[in-house]
Design a protein around this ligand. Structure first.
Ligand SMILES: C[S@@+](CC[C@H](N)C(=O)[O-])C[C@H]1O[C@@H](n2cnc3c(N)ncnc32)[C@H](O)[C@@H]1O
Length: 351
């Protein structure tokens, strides 16, 4: 009885996020058309694809619920929401929209405020991904990021991130008897720390590490992760192309929503680095967008995404053979999964 109630509450919670995101998208698109009529209507998803998306979303929520029943993580995680951030930054998100629309209209995607330092970053990184203000280089961007992603994915960003937890725990079983405290997990391009937070709740004792290129996003991650009891994850500013750790250091490495924002050659380099720092027998889990090969029925969404959002490497990503890239550096036993709009690559370093 209590279980059924919790499940129903979770479904209702997610449904309300879905409606909220939809209302936000409709209203902002109408306003954008009023202010910039030349841009044209937001590209519309066909009704047939909408039906498929809804079914996949329901399946994602069911899997999310089932993983709590398998005790992979507590059911309380299903209701985790940054309410304070929502009330504080949602109005700012609206205030920021006119600048974003201007960037879209004028096709400006290397537009940074004078206070942001651009020194030391690779060229491919110095862009307004999603046309967002300051790219990844300011506190404003870091404060708005999670809200923007939540709206983009209709409230399913964390349910999709949580899909790495089951393969992660399964992968760690390759080290039987290893105490949690001695288990080291690295999240590459951890952003604002959402994935690290999920891991901390699911595995309270493990040693967590996170790297990202953006100091502002790391600052935000530090704030978020400080709210959790237990050891604070070690955060480090680093390019994923050159991970500052010794060989064979981590029992597991994860990376969420990074690869579609990297040029092809950099994707390969990052995979090589992940292989280098993973222990023999350890697991690498990549979560990123779906690809054309296994989700052809959602091709119109994958075609539309880089048109509406500045995502210069996304199109190539959707047809990139990441399994081949993983095999090339030596990973084996590679499995892929698809949940809603994300794809997962689970790969082992030979023991
Ligand atoms: C789309 S966000 C994903 C963030 C986070 N993993 C999440 O789940 O929301 C991409 C992140 O990758 C980081 N990033 C992009 N290129 C990078 C690189 N070469 N090295 C390290 N971080 C990078 C950005 O700073 C940003 O935080």
């Amino acid at each position: 009885m209590f279980n059924n109630l919790t499940k129903l509450s979770y479904q209702t919670f997610q449904q309300s996020k879905n409606y909220f995101s939809l209302a936000h998208k409709i209203l902002s698109s109408r306003l954008q058309n009023l202010v910039h009529p030349t841009v044209g209507e937001m590209s519309k998803t066909s009704p047939a694809v909408m039906v498929k998306i809804q079914a996949k979303l329901n399946q994602l929520l069911e899997t999310d619920w089932q993983d709590t029943q398998k005790q992979i993580y507590p059911a309380s995680l299903l209701f985790d929401n940054q309410w304070q951030d929502f009330f504080r930054y949602y109005p700012l998100l609206w205030l920021d929209l006119p600048q974003t629309w201007e960037r879209i209209t004028q096709n400006r995607y290397q537009d940074f405020s004078p206070e942001t330092s651009q020194e030391g970053y690779p060229n491919y990184y110095l862009q307004n991904f999603h046309y967002q203000t300051d790219g990844y280089l300011s506190d404003l961007s870091a404060n708005l990021y999670d809200l923007q992603v939540e709206i983009l994915f209709s409230g399913t960003a964390d349910p999709m991130r949580r899909r790495i937890l089951a393969p992660l725990q399964h992968g760690l079983q390759k080290f039987p008897g290893l105490p949690q405290r001695q288990t080291r997990i690295l999240d590459v391009a951890c952003g604002t720390g959402r994935t690290l937070k999920l891991m901390r709740t699911a595995m309270p004792q493990v040693s967590l590490f996170g790297t990202d290129l953006s100091p502002a996003y790391l600052r935000k991650a530090n704030q978020l992760l400080s709210q959790n009891p237990g050891e604070l994850p070690q955060l480090l500013q680093a390019n994923a192309e050159e991970l500052p750790y010794r060989d064979n250091y981590f029992h597991a490495v994860t990376s969420v929503f990074l690869f579609h924002e990297l040029p092809a050659a950099v994707r390969q380099q990052v995979i090589e680095q992940c292989f280098r720092v993973t222990k023999p027998g350890g697991v690498l889990i990549i979560c990123d967008s779906i690809q054309m090969s296994d989700s052809p029925e959602l091709a119109e969404i994958m075609d539309g995404f880089p048109k509406m959002f500045h995502e210069p490497f996304y199109r190539h990503y959707t047809t990139d053979n990441l399994v081949q890239r993983l095999e090339k550096v030596g990973f084996e036993d590679i499995e892929t999964q698809v949940h809603f709009l994300s794809k997962y690559f689970i790969a082992y370093k030979p023991a």
